[in-house]
Design a protein around this ligand. Sequence first.
Ligand code: KPL
Length: 314
Amino acid sequence: MAAPGRNQGLSGNGTIAILGAGSMGQLWAGYLPTGTVTFVPRREVTPETGKSALSYTFQPFEGPEVVVTVPYLLATEARPPLLMVTTKAGDTLDAVESNLHYVSPDTPIVLFQNGMGCQQAVAERWPQRPILAASTTEGANRPTPGCTVHAGKGETWVGPLTGSATTHLRQVVTALGTSGLTVHAAQDIHRRLWDKLIINAGINAFTAILDCPNGDILTDPFYLEHIDELCDEIAKVMKGDTEEALPSITIRERIEMIARKTARNTSSMRSDRQRGRPTEIDFINGYIVRRGHELGVDVPTNQMLTNRIKQLLP
Ligand code: KPL
């Protein structure tokens, strides 16, 4: 385990900074060794403006519930050796931009967003910086304010998006591994992001439109009417985007395996809808629509799901 305040393999002695204190940020902060992690506050923390730490109840996958207290990163001390970005996909570019002033040009930045497009946008904006993406199948949710639950045990792959990130990959994997969660290095992270995109594209919009837990889509006539065409479109766009061809039946099997495995879960998009928050549709089915248009692939089912979600939410 890393000594408090130090992070093995990363340059500098500061704490890993997590930007985005939602369920994914709180999951990692709950498992990383005490004293090695801070949250980036929404506004600068000063003695006048308030709290110096965020506390919440954390239910690990195994073992008793614990109270986790994570200090906020103080502007005066800020020089984190690693920045983990766990914001919603649509907030990522702006969030990174507003925090770069205290992040050294050679500090690795790891993007944990669902979907695709926002990670590439960050890498394109700052091509000289070490930008990495993470694709995770860990499941976390916040059933009540102040309480985060590690609901599903998974794995995390981390890989470089920019040239200079390659030399940081090993250290980043080691640092994230101090959490005790399973973390792998992935040279081809784009492909790993696609593996997750397939699942989100096949589950999230259906659950939000039908307002049901993940498993219930499997017998719903709306899902059954559209899933084969959706998988055909995904297969074609994926082939154009990654050179990797997956038969559409395999795509459907993967979607349905996860829908069964997470049958009682509320998907992140259904949860966004229930809470009246913006969804990540532009980075899931919306991304497939954009790439489809660029590649000359017809994507009417992805377009229909994207439109339906946008009609439901502001
Ligand atoms: O990642 C998910 C999400 O809700 O965003 C799935 C895999 C669909 C689990 O709910």
